[in-house]
Every structure is written in structure tokens, then in C-alpha cells.
Design a protein around this ligand. Structure first.
Ligand code: ZN
Length: 293
């Protein structure tokens, strides 16, 4: 498995899968707005195709009722996979939010949780240096909280990938080579773990995991991961809740805003025209404060 194999899979799927190709073509016409908050940027995307996902019922009963779209036996026959290691497979996401959007499900139907798979996650980032990897916590945006999966999108589409290099930081622990640091003036709570040692990455990750865990459930995190300059950069976007008050409001106050990992990292996905027309810095700031720890 190398970069060429990934490009090959993507091209082949585009060539044979008409619905997928149509959605990718529609993405070229997507409307964007960019909001500059000085130390970071948030982009908004008008994407009507995402209405189903934004509105998805994510309670246990609703999840149990539907056929899991990440299980091999339920995937469309046209969907081909690439073996990442003995446990995970790389698939194209047939409902992309961003270009070259992949999902990486475990080959078995097991709950979405990060702890047993952090080593795989770090490996995948190293195998996919042209992409940004992400993990959506089961309570903060994952559309399949019952089946562990990661995602990957082509690098260079999400503002945080560059923004984090500019902001001030406060060290939590570690030294200049391996550390956990909080990003300051970033609009939402984000802790960055960096090291060129995989072993140290895992140790630091587990230390924060235990620090932020309450009860038996995992901390509410949207996680992003980049491998560049021979080191891992793992971002913990810490969440308080999944959906803001706007999502539950009635009448004119209602907005279809259901922030998952990609939204919190800087791309707000808005499936309704009226929400896209109305979105502004005040609303974005308000939503970030509500859903972020
Ligand atoms: Zn499944």
C-alpha cells in the first residue's frame, strides 16, 4: 500500500461508479464563504447532499435499525477496498464533503472508539502523507458510531492545517521534541500532541485520554492527524456537546448545523441555502463556544 495505490483506487472508483462521480462533479460547483477571525479561519460550504447525514438520528435504537454501511456484506458491490493492514480497509466515501474523501473501517463490526486503534491511526497517517486523517468521536459527529472507522481527506482543504502554525501555544507537558500543547486564540479548545517517536505519541495520547475521561466513556474528541517533517501532529478538538441550540430551535431560529470533526476543524457544512445565506462570524463564534469544551 503506497500513495500510488491510493490514487489508483480513487481513479478507478471515479471511472466505474456513476453516482460517486456525479457527486464529485457536483462538488466542483459548491459555494464557499471564508470567515477570518484573525488568528484562525472558518470556511462555510453550501452542500445540499449532506442533509441526510446532518439530520441523522444517532441514538442507539435508530442505529441498530439500519444496515451498517461500513460492514463488508452491506457495501455496494461496486465499492472496492484497499487493504491498509490486517485490520483496516481503505474505501472512497461515496458522499464526500471534501476532495479525495476516504473512510477507513475496521474489517469487523465493532464500536467506534479510539483507544484500541491509536497505533493503527498513527501508522495510517504515515502511509498517507498527502492526506489529513481524522476520527469522529461516537458522541460528537460520527455517522456510524457502531462501527469503528477513520477518515482521510486530501491535504490542503481544511483551514486548521495551516492556521495552527501561526497561533501561540501553552505547553501542558513534554520537551521541545515531544510534547502536548494547547493552541491559544484558536476559537475552540484544541490540544496538539507532537513527536517523531510513535511510542511517545501513544504514551502522551493515553495520558491525556485518562486525564479527560469521565466515567467509562471516552472523552468527547474530534481528532485530526498529520504526518509531516518526520513527525506526527495530532489535534484533539475537545467537545462539550455535539449539536448547538440552533439545531433544536423552532421556526426562524432553526439552523441545520450539526458539527462533526470537519466542521470543528474549519469547514462548516451547511445543507440548507437559507443557513448558508445567513451564516456569519457571530453565529460561527456562538456555535464554536457552545459545542467546544
Ligand atoms: Zn458495521
Amino acid at each position: 500500500m503506497n500513495h500510488q495505490d491510493i490514487t489508483q483506487l480513487y481513479k478507478e472508483q471515479l471511472a466505474v461508479w456513476d453516482d460517486f462521480r456525479m457527486r464529485v462533479e457536483q462538488m466542483q460547483a459548491i459555494e464557499w464563504k471564508t470567515f477570518d477571525f484573525g488568528t484562525f479561519r472558518i470556511k462555510a460550504q453550501f452542500n445540499p447532499a449532506r442533509a441526510v447525514s446532518s439530520n441523522a438520528k444517532l441514538d442507539k435504537a435508530s442505529i441498530a435499525k439500519r444496515k451498517c454501511f461500513l460492514c463488508p456484506e452491506n457495501r455496494p458491490e461496486i465499492q472496492k477496498g484497499l487493504k491498509m493492514n490486517d485490520r483496516f480497509t481503505l474505501l472512497i466515501n461515496p458522499f464526500p464533503i471534501l476532495l479525495e474523501h476516504f473512510t477507513l473501517p475496521l474489517n469487523q463490526h465493532k464500536e467506534q472508539e479510539i483507544k484500541p486503534y491509536i497505533s493503527d491511526f498513527l501508522d495510517f497517517a504515515q502511509m498517507m502523507t498527502g492526506h489529513t486523517l481524522l476520527y469522529n468521536g461516537p458522541q460528537c459527529g460520527a455517522s456510524a458510531p457502531d462501527h469503528i472507522h477513520f477518515q482521510a481527506v486530501k491535504r490542503g482543504q481544511i483551514p486548521f492545517e495551516e492556521d495552527y502554525k501561526q497561533v501561540a501555544r501553552k505547553r501542558i507537558f513534554g520537551d521541545d521534541d515531544s510534547h502536548a500543547e494547547e493552541l491559544l486564540d484558536f476559537g475552540r479548545k484544541c490540544i496538539l500532541i507532537e513527536s517523531s517517536s510513535k511510542e511517545k505519541m501513544e504514551t502522551m495520547f493515553l495520558q491525556l485520554y485518562e486525564q479527560y475521561q469521565t466515567g467509562t466513556e471516552e472523552p468527547k474528541w474530534n481528532i485530526f492527524l498529520l504526518y509531516e517533517n518526520n513527525a506526527w501532529h495530532l489535534f484533539l478538538f475537545m467537545r462539550k456537546t455535539h449539536r448547538p441550540t440552533q439545531f433544536y430551535a423552532e421556526g426562524d431560529d432553526y439552523m441545520m448545523i450539526s458539527p462533526g470533526a470537519i466542521d470543528i476543524a474549519g469547514v462548516f457544512v451547511l445543507p440548507r441555502r437559507e443557513d448558508f445565506d445567513r451564516i456569519n462570524k457571530e453565529i460561527i463564534w456562538d456555535v464554536l463556544q457552545q459545542v467546544s469544551l
